[in-house]
Design a protein around this ligand. Structure first.
Ligand code: NAD
Length: 331
């Protein structure tokens, strides 16, 4: 029996979570879900969008999966998603972008893994209003965090039989901060002569990914570029509805889709549960349920490949729960 923390999230979170649970339960893996709530909806009850018992639950169980949580734009509380990653030191954001047969997109041969630093950069939230017309944000990059994410990327490449790691920065402009990140990647790369290592500037990387994505394998990036490239990569494989992810620290992990809470679709049961179900595929592999993980992935690929019971974003008319049920039946 695995004890796993479950945060359904808000917006479309609860509905895609329902579909994900149906699909995961079909694998037969015994999971005791510890359901906790976070986000704007719990502020009245607990006085904070991230109650301490949520963090405690994840610290205790060491594994969690979550739906998206809304972050107010401009004003209001800071991102709960970012706080979770920082509080639990989930320093790696791992986001595979892999083509699935049957999904209409410009490319059908994408197999890129994004390794995004998850704890610092502009996400450290060091910003201030200097006067009413001026604001500034500090981009903080440290050698320790950069070396550990570079090491994760190379270790991942070795473990998963990948050929190449590309470090992505803007070190020509941010000479100190991105320069330091790049230096860390160069240092760590020397320990992995069997893995090709190359460097790209973020602007050039965007163009290359749009034109020749098949040339790329594992990408390692500071937090902000990693965030942006994750959505770009999701676009390459056919959209946010099928892009999963995991936030991983030492002996602790929180899985979640790349996408957000898509508030305009809340309660309509229209959106695609695949990104969260594929996040559960990553989670099952992480907890050692490799065979169930592969079975669930194949069920997702089969349902999408058949194209009969898929949601609107994949050209179908199935509801979130119908797609989840179809995947469960394939499992
Ligand atoms: P979003 O990812 O929520 O949605 C953008 C668009 O992508 C949607 O309007 C929809 O067209 C599409 N989309 C997203 N998920 C989909 C799915 N499962 N199936 C089909 N289509 C899907 O991005 P946004 O609108 O910029 O952000 C909304 C909120 O989510 C914000 O408050 C943001 O801060 C938050 N957010 C949270 C997380 C997280 O919880 N980790 C991540 C990103 C954004």
């Amino acid at each position: 029996m695995h004890n796993i923390t479950l945060i359904p999230g808000d917006g479309i979170g609860p509905e895609i979570t329902e579909a994900m649970l149906t699909a995961v339960e079909a694998t037969g893996v015994k999971i005791n879900w510890e359901r906790v709530e976070a986000g704007a909806d719990v502020i009245d009850k607990y006085g904070t969008p991230l109650p301490e018992h949520v963090l405690e639950s994840i610290r205790k169980n060491k594994v969690a999966i979550k739906g998206p949580l809304t972050t107010p734009i401009g004003t209001g509380f800071r991102s709960v998603n970012v706080a979770l990653r920082r509080e639990l030191d989930l320093y790696t954001c791992l986001r595979p972008a892999k083509s699935i047969k049957g999904v209409k997109s410009r490319f059908d041969n994408i197999d890129i893994v994004i390794v995004r630093e998850n704890t610092e950069d502009l996400y450290a939230g060091i910003e201030r209003q200097i006067d009413k017309d001026t604001a500034e944000s500090i981009k903080r990059i440290t050698r320790g965090a950069s070396e550990r994410i570079a090491k994760y990327a190379f270790e991942y490449a070795v473990k998963e039989n990948r050929k190449k790691v590309t470090a992505v920065t803007k070190a020509n402009i941010c000479k100190f901060s991105d320069g330091l990140f790049l230096e860390a990647c160069q240092k760590i790369a020397q320990n992995y002569p069997q893995i090709d290592y190359e460097e790209r500037l973020i602007d050039n990387m965007c163009m290359q990914l749009v034109q020749k994505p098949e040339l790329y394998d594992v990408l390692v990036l500071p937090n902000m570029y990693g965030d942006i490239i994750s959505d770009l990569a999701a676009g390459l494989i056919g959209g946010l509805g099928i892009a999963p992810g995991g936030n991983i620290g030492d002996g602790i992990a929180l899985f979640e889709p790349v996408h957000g809470s898509a508030p305009k679709y809340k309660g309509l049961y229209k959106t695609n549960p695949t990104a969260l179900i594929l996040s559960a595929v990553m989670m099952l592999k992480y907890i050692g349920e490799t065979e169930a993980s592969e079975r669930l992935y194949k069920a997702v690929a089969d349902v999408i490949g058949e194209g009969k019971t898929v949601t609107y974003d994949l050209g179908g008319s199935a509801s979130t729960l119908e797609m989840g049920k179809a995947i469960a039946e394939k499992v």
